[in-house]
Design a protein around this ligand. Structure first.
Ligand SMILES: *Cc1c(COP(=O)(O)O)cnc(C)c1O
Length: 833
C-alpha cells in the first residue's frame, strides 16, 4: 500500500510558487501545465524584461567595431561565463558552444566523431532520447546497452575493440535522466568509463544528455576529471525561453573537433577559394570554431535575463529539485492509491517507486509515466485519454515520447513486435494505440519549478473521477464452476497453428494464451509456398514432404525457424532457415533481399502475396521439396485478395438450419480441405478465415471402425485441426456432447471466455491419408470415412468455426479478455445445442 504523506509533511515544497502563479503565468488561462519534460512555461516578468531590454539597447552582429556590435560581443561572453557558472564548471576546463537545442549539440559531436580517422564506435543506453539514438547512423558500429551491459563493460566486457586491427575510438552516450519515466542514471559512469582501459580501444568519450535532468535539478561539473566529455541541454526546458541550447565540452576532449570538416561563417580566420582551396580555423576558443554563422544574439541576451528571473522566482536549482521531488512523490502516491471498486489499481506506473529509497539504486526525476486500466484489466486508449485530458484543460503528453528503447522496455514490446505494429499501421500519434492487447505508449506527466500541490491534486482527482470504476464488476460464473451441471465437460486438448500453409504444425504449448481473431488463430497460415512458374500455392496433397517442413515460432527472437525433418534432404542443404516475424519492408530488404509482390493462383483464385527474394530461404524450400518455389507472406490486415475462398457449407447431414450470421460473412474453409472451384464470394485471407476443430470422441469412433476392419489407427494430426476438443470425464458417462460426431449439431461453442460460431462440417480429401510424422500415404482414414461419413457423395470430418466477439466486447467496461481474446490448452468448452 502506498503511504499518503500527511498535508503537513511539506518537505522541500516551495509554497511561494502558489503566490506568483497567477501573476507570472496569465497565459495558462486556467489550464494546468503538466508537460515540463516537453518544455516549461515562460514567466511574464521574463517577457517584460526581455521587451524592456530590446527596447532600451541595440544589439548588433558581433563581428564589427560598432557600439551595437561591441555590446553584443561583451554580453555574449558574460553570458557564456554565467552558463558555465550555472553548472559549476570552470572556464579553464570547459567551453560552452551555443547551439539551437540539445539535438544540435548532439549532432555537432556526431559530425566531429565521424570525421575522426577510422570513425567511431557508438554505444548508447536503452533509455536514450531519439536524438541520441540517431547518432548510430554516423557510427562504424553501434550497440544499444542496458544497465547490465554497462556494468559488464565496466567489469571488462567492452562491446567494442579486440576484433579488428585498428584501434577504435568509442563514444558512449546516455541520458542523465530519462525523458520517458524520469529515471536517473548513474553520473559515475563517465568517470568509470574514462578510467577503464580496453584493449583495442584508443579512447572512450562520454556524451551526457542532460536535457531532461537540468530542467529541475542542479548539474555539477566541478570535477573536470569525472565530468562527461560532452554535455548537451536545451535552455527552453529550464527557463521556458529562449529557444536555445548548449554543448558543454571538456577542453581535454576538444581534440575530437580538430578533424571536423565543415566550417561556417564566423568560425574561420581566413578562407581562400580561387585556384587554391584553403582555410584557417579560428584557434583560440573551441566555441569560435563550432558556432557556425551568426550567433542567436537576442536569444543569448534573453538567456541572461532568464537566469536572473528564474533565480528570483524559484531560488536555486537545489530548491527547485526539492520542490519538484516533493510534488512527484505526491503525484506518484496519488496515482498509486487510485483503486477500482474491486481493489485493482487504476494506474500501472512505469517510473521507479520513488518512495522505495532503500531498494533502488536510481532516483527519479519529476516525471511519472503510466497507463490506465479499467476494473476488468483492459487498457485505456491513450488517444482517448488525451482527448479528455485536453478537454479538461490539462497539458500532458502521451505516446512514445521520443524514447523508443525506454518505451519498449517499460511495455515489454519486443523489437519485432514494434516493427510488426508499425507495418500493421501503427504510427506515432495515431489513434491505433492498443495493439495485440498491449499499449504502444505511455501517459507522461512531468512537473517543474512552477508546479503546485493543486496542479497535482487536480490531476489525480481527474484520473479518479473519470477512470475509477467503483461498481464491483459483475463476474459471470465460469461454466466449470457451476455446481450441478450434469453434462460432461469438454476441454481443449490441443491447439495447433500451421504458420506455413500445408506444412507442419506448431503446437501451442500448455499454459500459453494464444490470440484469437475474427479471422482465425494468430499466426495460422501467415505464409505459403508458391510455385515459381505457375504461381500456384503448393499443397501437401501433391507434395507430401511438406508435412516434414516444421516451423517453430520464436517470439523471443522474433523469428520463424523452419527445419526439414526428412532423411532425404539433399546433403548440401542447410538444416534450417529463419524468417523474421516482423513484416517491416526494411527487414525484407536488409534481411532477405528485396521482396516483391507476386500474384498467385490458389484453387483458381487469384491472390496477391509478397514473396521473399532471399536465395537462402527459397533454395531451402525448393531443395527439400524438389520443386522450384518461393516463400510468400500475405499482406497485413485484409489487404489484397485471399487464397482461401468460401467453401464450407452447412451440409444436409447437419440437422439444423442456422440463421445467417452477420459477424461471419461467407462460410469460409481452411485451405487444407478439398479444393473445388466455388461460386461463393471470395474472402480476404486475414479477415474471415476460420478455425478448424475436431473432437476426440469422433476420432475414437473412427478409429474403432478402422480397427474393426483390421486397419491401423490414425492420429489426430492427419486432420490438421487448430483445436482438438476432448471430454474431461471418462467416456463411459458420455452424454450428447461427447457422442461421436456430436459436433455436427453444435451451433455455437463457448471456449473459456469467448464465443465461437460453427460454420459447417469440413469436407475432406485424400490429404488426410498423409501421415504427418513420416509423410507416408496410406488409404486410411479416407476409406473408412467414405463408408461412415459420406453424405451427398462427399466426406466430412471436423467442423469449421469462427470467433464471434460476444457481448463482453461491446460491454462497458471492456474486459481484458475482450480486448485481447485468447484461448489456451485446458480451456473449458461448452457447446450450445
Ligand atoms: C528534450 C530532450 C531532448 C531533445 O531536446 P531538443 O531541445 O528537442 O533538442 C533530448 N534528450 C532528452 C533527455 C530530452 O528530454
Amino acid at each position: 500500500m502506498a503511504t499518503i504523506k500527511s498535508p503537513q509533511d511539506t518537505d522541500g515544497y516551495n509554497a511561494d510558487v502558489e503566490k506568483l502563479r497567477d501573476e507570472e503565468y496569465p497565459m495558462l488561462n486556467g489550464s494546468i501545465y503538466l508537460d515540463h519534460a516537453g518544455t516549461t512555461p515562460y514567466p511574464k516578468s521574463l517577457m517584460d524584461r526581455f521587451a524592456h531590454e530590446m527596447t532600451s539597447n541595440l544589439f548588433g552582429n558581433p563581428h564589427s567595431a560598432s557600439a551595437s556590435s561591441q555590446l553584443s560581443t561583451s554580453r555574449i561572453e558574460d553570458i557564456r561565463l554565467r552558463v558555465l557558472q550555472f553548472f559549476n564548471a570552470d572556464p579553464a576546463d570547459f567551453d560552452v558552444v551555443f547551439v539551437a537545442n540539445a539535438t544540435a549539440g548532439i549532432k555537432l559531436v556526431a559530425e566531429a566523431m565521424r570525421a575522426l580517422p577510422g570513425g567511431f564506435d557508438y554505444a548508447y543506453h536503452q533509455l536514450s532520447h531519439t536524438s541520441l539514438v540517431g547518432v548510430r547512423e554516423e557510427a562504424r558500429k553501434s550497440v544499444c546497452v542496458d544497465d547490465g551491459q554497462v556494468d559488464g563493460w565496466l567489469a571488462g566486457d567492452c562491446p567494442f575493440g579486440n576484433d579488428d586491427s585498428t584501434d577504435s575510438t568509442v563514444l558512449f552516450a546516455y541520458p542523465a535522466q530519462s525523458n520517458m519515466d524520469g529515471r536517473r542514471l548513474p553520473s559515475s559512469w563517465t568517470r568509470q568509463l574514462r578510467q577503464h582501459k580496453t584493449p583495442g580501444v584508443k579512447r572512450t568519450y562520454t556524451l551526457l544528455d542532460a536535457a531532461s535532468l537540468v530542467c529541475s535539478s542542479p548539474l555539477d561539473l566541478s570535477h573536470p576529471e569525472t565530468a562527461p566529455d560532452f554535455t548537451v541541454l536545451s535552455f527552453y526546458k529550464i527557463f521556458g525561453f529562449p529557444d536555445l541550447g548548449a554543448l558543454i565540452v571538456r577542453r581535454e576532449a576538444s581534440d575530437v573537433f580538430n578533424t571536423r570538416r565543415y566550417f561556417g561563417g564566423g568560425t574561420v580566420d581566413m578562407v581562400v577559394c580561387l585556384r587554391e582551396q584553403w582555410h584557417a580555423s579560428k584557434g583560440h576558443h573551441l566555441h569560435e570554431r563550432l558556432e557556425d554563422g551568426t550567433l542567436p544574439v537576442h536569444s543569448i541576451v534573453a538567456l541572461g535575463l532568464a537566469m536572473d528571473v528564474h533565480e528570483s522566482l524559484f531560488g536555486s536549482m537545489q530548491k527547485v529539485a526539492a520542490h519538484t521531488q516533493f510534488l512527484t512523490r505526491r503525484l506518484h502516491d496519488g496515482l498509486r492509491s487510485l483503486r477500482h471498486g474491486n481493489n485493482e489499481h487504476v494506474c500501472t506506473i512505469y517510473s521507479s517507486d520513488i518512495n522505495n529509497q532503500t531498494g533502488s539504486t536510481f532516483d527519479n526525476g519529476p516525471i511519472i509515466a503510466f497507463n490506465i486500466c479499467n476494473s476488468l484489466g483492459a487498457w485505456m486508449s491513450l488517444t482517448e485519454f488525451e482527448k479528455l485530458a485536453t478537454l479538461k484543460q490539462f497539458h500532458i503528453r502521451t505516446g512514445g515520447v521520443c524514447n523508443p528503447g525506454g518505451i519498449a522496455s517499460a511495455l515489454g514490446l519486443q523489437t519485432w513486435e514494434m516493427k510488426h505494429n508499425f507495418t500493421s499501421g501503427f504510427r506515432c500519434g495515431t489513434d491505433n494505440d492498443i495493439m495485440a492487447g498491449k499499449p504502444t505508449g505511455v501517459i507522461r506527466v512531468s512537473l517543474g519549478a512552477m508546479s503546485t500541490v493543486s496542479d497535482v491534486d487536480k490531476f489525480v482527482d481527474f484520473v479518479g473521477e473519470f477512470y475509477r470504476d467503483d461498481s464491483l464488476p459483475f463476474r459471470q460464473p465460469e461454466p466449470a464452476l457451476l455446481p450441478h451441471r450434469k453434462e460432461p465437460r469438454l476441454h481443449i486438448q490441443a491447439i495447433s497453428v500451421y504458420p506455413i500453409k500445408s506444412c507442419g504444425g506448431f503446437q501451442v504449448p500448455p499454459g500459453v494464451n494464444w490470440e484469437v481473431r475474427p479471422e482465425g488463430l494468430a499466426w495460422d497460415r501467415e505464409w505459403c509456398l508458391v510455385h515459381r512458374g505457375s504461381g500456384q500455392a503448393l499443397s501437401q496433397k501433391r507434395h507430401p514432404r511438406m508435412a516434414l517442413i516444421r516451423p517453430w515460432l520464436d517470439f523471443e527472437r522474433g523469428e520463424l525457424r523452419v527445419t526439414y525433418e526428412g532423411h532425404d534432404a539433399p546433403p548440401d542443404l542447410p538444416k534450417g532457415i529463419t524468417v523474421p516475424l516482423s513484416k517491416n519492408p526494411e527487414v525484407f530488404r536488409h534481411h532477405l533481399g528485396s521482396a516483391r509482390s507476386m500474384s498467385s493462383r490458389v484453387c483458381g483464385e487469384e491472390i496477391v502475396a509478397q514473396t521473399y527474394a532471399s536465395a537462402e530461404i527459397n533454395n531451402f524450400f525448393s531443395g527439400v521439396l524438389e520443386v522450384p518455389c518461393v516463400l510468400a507472406r500475405f499482406p497485413p490486415g485484409g489487404e489484397g485478395k485471399s487464397m482461401r475462398h468460401s467453401k464450407a457449407h452447412l451440409q444436409k447431414h447437419q440437422g439444423k438450419q442456422y440463421p445467417a450470421s452477420s459477424s461471419c460473412p461467407g462460410l469460409p474453409s481452411p485451405p487444407e480441405s478439398d479444393s473445388e472451384r466455388s461460386s461463393e464470394r471470395r474472402i480476404l485471407l486475414s479477415n474471415e478465415s476460420p478455425i478448424l476443430a475436431i473432437s476426440m470422441a469422433s476420432l475414437d469412433a473412427l478409429n474403432k471402425e478402422i480397427k474393426l476392419k483390421g486397419g491401423r489407427e490414425v492420429s489426430a494430426a492427419v486432420f490438421r485441426a487448430n483445436v482438438v476438443v476432448a471430454s474431461s470425464v471418462s467416456p463411459a458417462s458420455s452424454l450428447q456432447e461427447t457422442t461421436p460426431y456430436g459436433e455436427d449439431n453444435w451451433s455455437t461453442l463457448r471456449i473459456g471466455h469467448h464465443n465461437f460460431k460453427m460454420l459447417g462440417s469440413c469436407r475432406r480429401c485424400h490429404m488426410v491419408c498423409i501421415n504427418q510424422e513420416t509423410a507416408e500415404k496410406s488409404e486410411e482414414p479416407f476409406v473408412t470415412l467414405s463408408k461412415t461419413r459420406r453424405f451427398d457423395g462427399k466426406v466430412f470430418f471436423g467442423t469449421h468455426m469462427c470467433y464471434t466477439p460476444g457481448a463482453e466486447a461491446l460491454a462497458e467496461p471492456l474486459s481484458k479478455e475482450a480486448q485481447h481474446p485468447t484461448i489456451r490448452v485446458g480451456d473449458v468448452v461448452r457447446p450450445d445445442l
